[in-house]
Write a protein that binds this ligand. Sequence first.
Ligand SMILES: [Zn+2]
Ligand SMILES: [Zn+2]
Length: 143
Amino acid sequence: MSTATEFQQMLRGVSLRVTAPRIAVLSAVHDHPHADTDSIIRAVRSRLSAVSHQAVYDSLRVLTAAGLLRCIQPSGSVARYETRVGDNHHHLVCRGCGSIADVDCAVGEAPCLTASDERGFAVDEAEVIYWGMCPDCAASHAD
Ligand SMILES: [Zn+2]
Ligand SMILES: [Zn+2]
């Protein structure tokens, strides 16, 4: 459902200049949620062969800073990006194969979990990762 027009509107909405690499990166991440940088570069280059790695890195950084992309980095993994932002959803990560799945926020809004002692911090986010085995890995470990 997200078209180039929508991506342009998203960029304008956060006062970013509309550029071909930024549109291509948004669209690649939209199509490949939780993709790492290398996969995003491959996806972008399949559409825009002239885009440099640096342009993709720059776009990822700018789009993440503007809140159009969310970057997650489960420990042991490289940074991964998604266009699903602002809903405080969490992630299931498989210890076996590293696959990542979205799971809705248990409560619905950040920070979702109240710290037992906030120690004066104004907490606005609790980053939750549920670690375990995905169905495929659990099945292959069953016997
Ligand atoms: Zn797995
Ligand atoms: Zn996600």
